[in-house]
Ligand binder design. Structure first.
Ligand code: NAP
Length: 320
């Protein structure tokens, strides 16, 4: 099969398209014919060797794939050949024509969701779900600022926030991104590349502030975020690429909190709740993954460059 293989940590040019043996499922494992592989920012940190988790080399990147079960090993009960699935992690990597996964790493992909969309389910929607439900403990009627609403996690959070009765404010840095956030359900949108946009956000809440901020770039925004919070507000740190100085008094004055998480650290019971919630939302149409761009697998290096550039507009998906 064709697969992207990384032999040493480094730049995007380390993503090599190679012919490697198709794996065979052992007991408890399944083989998925991958029709779409989602590109996530952490894939680039892992390839660069700067991520907390360093896979043994050589490795094939990708936790998020969607496709059809090709074969199953002994004792597999949950799925059978021909079933449509999305993956939440794999054993051999989703940037490939086939990926081996544990039975519990594959989940039913509703018929109305395309494979391209299915490739954008796990990390973006799992993160948005964990942020809103487990971390922020959002309640209908609250206001959420999705700070970075044009990308994979942000567009998922906008749809989810809207579906559960939140007032959703979203930010993006381009007109295309602003349009996307609005289209996916944001009540109001703001351009985070324009000076003074935080004042417009505060004005939009009548000066009260927002209850929840889902933050995609904490090293740039956290200090200003704390001043946008209502009493008992919570900033949930999802994305961060460096250090920042904050004034803790901004938290004290508002009885506010800032907390972070990584999706890799969630508990098995949180994970099963997440999949149940996501599958229900995909089935009932409230969750509709936005595919911004599809590229052939061979262009994985270009995908890794583009995912880190400004101007996000949904997911980048590789097609093996
Ligand atoms: P993505 O699809 O590349 O989107 C990036 C988002 O960040 C876009 O909406 C982008 O907006 C926005 N952004 C850029 N500059 C910003 C600024 N100054 N203020 C606010 N937002 C800004 O990435 P993603 O998959 O959504 O992931 C977002 C971040 O969360 C990444 O850093 C990723 O590593 C992290 N993440 C963490 C977890 C976790 O477990 N904690 C899980 C998933 C993702 P424009 O392009 O429109 O400017």
């Amino acid at each position: 099969m064709k697969a992207i293989v990384v032999h040493k940590f480094g730049g995007p040019e380390e993503l090599k398209l190679e012919e490697i043996p198709t794996p065979k499922p052992a007991a408890g494992q399944v083989l998925v014919r991958i029709h779409g592989a989602g590109v996530n920012p952490y894939d680039t940190y892992m390839r660069a060797g700067t991520y907390a988790v360093k896979p043994p080399l050589p490795y094939t990147p990708g936790s998020d794939g969607a496709g059809v079960i090709e074969a199953v090993g002994d004792r597999v009960k949950k799925v059978k050949p021909g079933d449509r699935v999305y993956t939440a992690k794999t054993l051999t990597g989703a940037y490939a024509e086939y990926a081996l996964a544990l039975e519990e790493q594959v989940h039913s992909l509703p018929q109305k969701i395309s494979f391209g969309q299915g490739a954008g389910v796990w990390v973006p929607y799992g993160t948005a779900y964990h942020a809103l439900y487990h971390s922020a403990k959002a309640h209908a009627g609250e206001t959420v600022l999705v700070h970075g609403a044009s990308g994979g996690v942000g567009s998922a959070a906008v749809q989810m926030g809207r579906a559960i009765g939140l007032t959703v404010l979203g930010t993006a840095g381009t007109q295309k991104g602003l349009d996307l956030a609005k289209r996916e359900g944001a009540h109001a949108v703001f351009d985070h590349s324009k000076a003074g946009y935080q004042e417009d956000i505060l004005k939009a809440t009548g000066g009260r502030g927002v209850d929840i901020i889902l933050e995609m770039l904490a090293n740039v925004n956290l200090a200003a975020d704390l001043k946008l919070l209502a009493t008992n507000g919570r900033v949930i740190i999802i994305g961060n690429r460096g250090e920042i100085t904050i004034n803790p008094r901004d938290l004290m004055l508002r009885r506010a909190s800032a907390r972070g998480f990584t999706l890799w650290g969630i508990t098995p019971s949180e994970e099963s709740e997440i999949h149940a919630g996501l599958i229900a939302g995909l089935e009932n149409g409230s969750l509709r993954p936005v595919v911004g761009k599809e590229m052939p697998l061979a262009e994985a290096a270009r995908a890794h460059k583009e995912i880190l550039e400004p101007g996000a507009a949904g997911k980048i998906v590789l097609i093996p």
